[in-house]
Design a protein around this ligand. Structure first.
Ligand code: ATP
Ligand code: MG
Length: 873
C-alpha cells in the first residue's frame, strides 16, 4: 500500500467514527514559552487539555508534522544511525476532548490495525502502566482488562513510568499510556529470542508504532496528582513506522516516503545506498541523515521559520549543518547539493503538503545559501585547525582549543576529531566536554525559571479581551502565580476577567500600562499569550487582590504601535503592487518605535522602487482611509472578500479581517481608526535577511517627525559650514575634489622627499663583513620607510637595513635584508624585528626579507639600532 493511501485510510477510519478531520498545524510554536516546535500531535490542542479554550469538536483526527530536535524530545543525534527515528515525522492521531475514553480508544486502535490494515495479531505487543510506588500512582488495571479482550495476556506487558506514563511538563494534565509495538523480524530471528524481551529495548525491528495516552490526572507544582474532571484521549502513531510495517520492509528509509529522496542523493553524489553489509556503514548513515534532515529543514522554512542565529532558527540551522557535514565528510560533497533535493520533496509530498509546492523556490534558495555559508565556515575552520595542529606540541590537541574552534567558528567537533585522527593526533575529548559543560552551566543558570501553581481567586472565570474598543477597564484578578528566574528575579503573572491589554502576537508587541486600586499602583511590564490565556506581567503583586482594579493601557505607546501596524499592512500592499504578487510576508515586528517587515523577493530594491513604495504608502495615508473591521467572520467569507492569510499562522474557524481601502488582511492586531493618523511613512533601511528574503525597516508618526527635524537641523548646520552656499551639494563636491587633488600633491611631495633621503642614505651605507649595512632613525611613516627600503634594495646588493622611526609617540622598526643574504647567511628580518621589537616594547613580524614591528617605547629605538650590527657580526 502506498504511503498516501495509508494516511488517507487512517483519517477516513476515524472520520467514520465521527471525528472531525483537521489539517496539520504549523510546526513552529507560538505563544508557548515551554516549546519551540510541535513535538507531538497533542501540542496544537494543548489549550483544550488545559481547559483554557473549549474544543470546537470533541473528536478530532489529523496527521501532524512533528519535529523532535530540542528540549524533552530530542532525537537528533540518533537520526541516521538507527532506521526508525526521524527529526521530522508525521504523527497520526485521534483525539477525545472529554468525550470517549479508554474502552473506545483501545477498541478502535485494534480494529484499525488488525481489520483495516490487516496487521497480523501475532506480531503485536501492547504495554500498560505498572504503577509507581514512589508517588502512589496506581497500575492501569482498567487498560489491562480492556486489552485482554483483544490480545493474548502474555502479549500484554507492564511498563514503568518512563515508557508508560505521559506528562505534558512538570505540571499539568498527564496520565498512563498503552503503547502498541510490532515485531517484524524473520521467523528465524524470532526463534532465537522472543519479541517480548525486545520490546522497548531499542531493537530496530521491534518498535513502538502507536501510543495511546489516557489523560486522567493533573500534576500540581508540588508533584501531587489530582483527578481531572474531564478525561481525554490523545493518541499518536508514527506514520513512517506504520508504512514500514505495511510495506513489508525493515527500515523506515526503505518505504516510499524516503526512497525517492535516497535515489536522488545517490545520483547527485554518485554513491550507493545499502551496498555494504556492515551496519552503520558511513555512506548509508550519511544518506539517511541527509534524506531525513532535508525534510525537516524544508518544512520548517515553508512554515516560515528561517535558519538564524537564535532560538528556533538556530535549531533549524544546526540540523542543516549536520546534513552538510555528513555530505562533506562521507560523501565528499564540497559544493552545495542538498537544495537540489527540494524538487523531489515537492513532487512527492506536494499532494499532502501543498506548501512544499508553493514555497519551493524560496526553500531551495534559502537552503543553498545556508549550505554555501557553512561550507565557507568549514574551509576557514580547516585553516584554523591546521594552525592549531602546527602549534601543538606532543600528540594531543587541547580540549580548550577545540572548543574555541567549535564555539566561535561553529566548526563541528566530530570533524575536528576526524581530521586529527587522520593526522595521527588525539583530541582531549574530556577537556572539550568540560568546556562544553561549563558553557551549558552558564546558560542554564541564566535561564532557569521556577513557576508556582496558579492561585485561583475566581473559579471557572472566563476571560474577555476588550482592547479593540477600550484602553481602560475595571477588572478583577481571576488567578495569579509567581515565577522566579536569575534574569528577572521574582515576577508575577496575572489573569483578569476582562482586559484591555493586547497580548504580544501577530508581530505586535504586548501592551504596557498599570493597575490601580485605592492609589496602589502596579505597573504592567508586558502582556503575553500563553496557550490562549492573556497573561499580564508585573514585578509586584497588587495588595488588594480581591478587589476591582482600574486597568489602564499606556495609550501613547499603543497609539504609536498602531500607526506602525497599519503602516505594515499598507507596506505589504505597496510591495505586492510595485514588485509583484510573488511578495509574501515572512515575518514582522511592530512596536512603538518602528516597524520591521520581512518578505520574499529575489533582488535588492532599487532607489526608485523604494521611493515608489514610500510614495504608495503615503498616498494611502493622504487618502484618509477608514478602518473597516470585521470580527468573528467565517474564514472562508473573509478570504472570499479578498483577505490575505499568512502561511504558517494558525487561524481559528472564525477570523478578524482588517481593511483599509484595498488592503485586506486577516489580523488580530490593533490599528488606527484612519490612515491619516499615521501622519507619514519613511523607510529607514532595506536589506537581505536570507537568500530570497528582504527586510524593510520603517518609521511613522512621531519617529518620522523627529527624523525630519533632526535631518533639517543637520542640513542647516552643514549649509552654514559651507558658508551658506546656494548649492550646498555642489559646494561639497567641490570640497571633495579639492581634497583629492591635495592628497595627490602630498603623495608626490613625500615621494620626492624619499628620493632625496635615498641619495643621502646611500652615502651612509658601510660595508661590514661583506654586507652593505645601515641602521638609522628616519622621520618617515611606515609606508615611507618601506618605500625607501625597497628603493635601496633595488639598487644595492647584499643589503641589511634597519630603520627606526617615531610617529605620534609610537615606535616603528623596519628591517630589510637582500634575498641572497637571507639564503646564504641564514638571516631573517622577521626574527630581527621580533627580537629587537622587545626593546621598543612591542612586537611584529613579516617575511624573511622584509618585516616591521611597532611598539610603545620610542626611547628603545636607539638601542635597537645599536644592536642591529650584532646580526651580521
Ligand atoms: P521511541 O521510544 O521509539 O523513541 P517515543 O516513546 O518517543 O518512541 P511517543 O512520544 O510515544 O514515542 O510518540 C508516539 C509515536 O510517534 C511513537 O509510537 C512512534 O511511532 C512515533 N515516533 C516517536 N518518535 C519518533 C521519531 N523520532 N521518528 C519517527 N517516529 C517517531
Ligand atoms: Mg522517543
Amino acid at each position: 500500500m502506498k504511503s498516501q493511501d495509508i494516511r488517507a485510510q487512517f483519517l477516513s477510519f476515524f472520520e467514520a467514527k465521527k471525528h472531525t478531520v483537521v489539517p496539520s498545524a504549523p510546526m513552529v510554536v507560538k505563544n508557548d514559552p515551554t516549546l519551540m516546535f510541535v513535538n507531538a500531535g497533542m501540542v496544537p490542542f494543548k489549550e483544550y487539555f488545559l481547559g483554557n479554550t473549549k474544543a470546537k469538536s470533541s473528536r478530532i483526527t489529523d496527521s501532524q508534522k512533528c519535529l523532535r530536535v530540542s528540549g524533552k524530545h530530542n532525537d537528533l543525534e540518533e537520526v541516521g544511525y538507527d532506521t526508525y527515528h526521524h527529526t521530522l515525522f508525521e504523527m497520526l492521531g485521534n483525539w477525545s476532548f472529554g468525550d470517549y475514553f479508554k474502552e473506545e480508544a483501545i477498541a478502535w486502535a485494534w480494529e484499525l490495525l488488525t481489520e483495516v490494515y490487516k496487521i497480523d495479531k501475532d506480531i503485536l505487543y501492547v504495554t500498560i502502566f505498572e504503577g509507581d510506588a514512589e508517588d502512589g500512582t496506581p497500575m492501569d488495571t482498567e487498560a489491562y482488562d480492556i486489552w485482554k479482550k483483544y490480545i493474548a495476556e502474555d502479549r500484554i506487558l507492564k511498563g514503568n513510568k518512563k515508557d508508560n506514563f505521559w506528562e505534558m511538563g512538570d505540571q499539568g494534565p498527564c496520565g498512563p499510556c498503552s503503547e502498541i509495538h510490532v515485531d517484524i523480524r524473520s521467523a528465524e530471528e524470532k526463534a532465537k529470542i522472543s519479541g517480548k524481551d525486545l520490546v522497548n529495548a531499542d531493537h530496530p525491528q521491534v518498535v513502538e508504532i502507536w501510543n495511546l495516552v489516557f489523560m486522567q490526572y493533573n500534576r500540581k507544582a508540588n508533584g501531587s496528582l489530582e483527578a481531572l474532571p474531564n478525561k481525554h484521549i490523545d493518541t499518536g502513531m508514527g506514520f513512517e513506522r506504520l508504512c514500514m510495517v505495511l510495506q513489508g520492509v525493515q527500515s523506515n528509509y526503505d518505504t516510499d516516503v524516503f526512497t525517492p529522496l535516497i535515489r536522488e542523493i545517490e545520483t547527485i553524489t554518485n554513491s550507493k545506498y545499502g551496498n555494504s553489509k556492515t551496519e552503520n556503514n558511513k555512506t548509508d548513515v550519511a544518506i539517511r541523515v541527509i534524506s531525513d534532515h532535508v525534510r525537516a529543514v524544508a518544512f520548517s522554512i515553508a512554515d516560515g521559520q528561517l535558519p538564524s542565529n537564535t532560538g528556533a532558527g538556530y535549531v533549524i540551522r544546526r540540523i542543516l549543518r549536520r546534513a552538510v557535514r555528513y555530505g562533506f565528510t562521507f560523501l565528499n560533497q564540497k559544493e552545495p547539493f542538498i537544495y537540489k533535493l527540494v524538487n523531489v520533496l515537492s513532487e512527492k509530498m506536494g499532494d499532502a503538503f501543498p506548501e512544499m509546492v508553493s514555497q519551493k523556490q524560496l526553500v531551495e534558495n534559502v537552503i543553498k545559501e545556508e549550505e554555501q555559508s557553512f561550507l565557507r565556515t568549514l574551509d576557514q575552520g580547516l585553516v584554523l585547525l591546521n594552525r592549531i595542529v602546527e602549534e601543538t606540541k606532543g600528540d594531543t590537541v587541547s580540549g580548550e582549543k577545540a572548543f574555541e574552534l567549535y564555539d566561535t567558528y561553529g566548526f563541528p567537533i566530530d570533524l575536528t576529531a576526524l581530521i586529527l585522527s587522520e593526522k595521527d593526533l588525539k583530541l582531549d575529548e574530556k577537556g572539550f566536554e568540560a568546556e562544553l559543560q561549563k558553557q551549558k552551566n552558564r546558560s542554564r543558570a541564566a535561564s532557569e525559571t521556577s513557576t508556582d501553581d496558579w492561585t485561583v481567586l475566581i473559579d471557572d472565570a472566563e476571560e474577555e479581551f476588550i482592547g479593540y474598543d477600550a484602553l481602560e477597564a475595571n477588572v478583577k484578578i481571576t488567578r495569579y502565580r509567581k515565577t522566579t528566574s536569575k534574569k528577572d528575579g521574582d515576577m508575577y503573572q496575572l489573569v483578569f476577567n476582562l482586559t484591555p491589554f493586547y497580548a504580544e502576537g501577530g508581530g505586535q508587541v504586548g501592551d504596557k500600562g498599570y493597575l490601580d486600586v485605592h492609589g496602589d499602583v502596579v505597573y504592567i511590564l508586558d502582556t503575553k499569550k500563553e496557550n490562549n490565556v492573556i497573561v499580564h506581567f508585573t514585578k509586584n503583586l497588587p495588595k488588594h487582590l480581591n478587589e476591582s482594579f482600574k486597568a489602564v493601557v499606556n495609550e501613547g505607546e499603543r497609539y504609536k504601535t498602531e500607526c506602525n501596524h497599519t503602516a505594515t499592512h499598507l507596506l505589504h500592499q505597496a510591495l505586492r503592487d510595485i514588485l509583484g504578487t510573488h511578495v509574501e510576508q515572512k515575518g514582522s515586528a511592530v512596536n512603538a518605535k518602528q516597524l520591521r517587515f520581512d518578505f520574499s523577493h529575489f533582488s535588492k530594491l532599487t532607489e526608485e522602487e523604494l521611493t515608489d513604495v514610500e510614495a504608495f504608502v503615503n498616498a494611502r495615508i493622504a487618502e484618509k482611509l477608514d478602518l473597516v473591521e470585521k470580527r468573528n467572520v467565517p474564514k472562508e467569507e473573509a478570504i472570499a472578500d479578498g483577505a490575505m492569510s499568512l502561511f504558517g499562522e494558525k487561524y481559528g474557524d472564525t477570523v478578524r479581517s482588517i481593511r483599509f481601502g484595498q488592503s485586506i488582511e486577516l489580523c488580530g492586531g490593533t490599528h488606527v481608526k484612519n490612515t491619516s493618523d499615521i501622519w507619514h511613512f519613511k523607510i529607514v533601511s532595506e536589506g537581505a535577511v536570507a537568500s530570497g528574503i528582504r527586510r524593510i525597516e520603517a518609521i511613522t508618526n512621531e519617529a518620522a517627525q523627529n527624523l525630519y527635524f533632526e535631518n533639517s537641523k543637520a542640513y542647516s548646520q552643514m549649509k552654514a559650514l559651507l558658508n551658506n552656499a546656494k548649492e550646498p551639494v555642489k559646494a561639497l563636491e567641490n570640497l571633495q575634489e579639492e581634497n583629492t587633488s591635495l592628497k595627490k600633491q602630498i603623495e608626490s611631495l613625500l615621494k620626492d622627499k624619499a628620493k632625496n633621503i635615498k641619495g643621502e642614505l646611500k652615502s651612509e651605507i658601510t660595508e661590514v663583513n661583506g654586507v652593505n649595512f645601515l641602521a638609522k632613525k628616519l622621520d618617515l611613516d611606515a609606508a615611507g620607510l618601506k618605500d625607501v627600503a625597497f628603493e635601496l634594495g633595488g639598487e644595492i646588493n647584499n643589503l641589511f637595513l634597519l630603520f627606526g622611526s617615531e610617529q605620534d609617540g609610537k615606535a616603528l622598526l623596519t628591517c630589510y635584508i637582500s634575498k641572497e643574504l637571507v639564503a646564504e647567511k641564514d638571516l631573517n628580518a622577521g626574527k630581527v624585528v621580533r627580537e629587537l621589537g622587545k626593546l621598543i616594547q612591542g612586537g611584529g613580524g613579516g617575511q624573511p626579507f622584509f618585516a616591521t614591528a611597532g611598539g610603545r617605547n620610542p626611547e628603545g629605538i636607539a638601542d635597537a639600532l645599536e644592536k642591529a650590527k650584532d646580526y651580521i657580526g
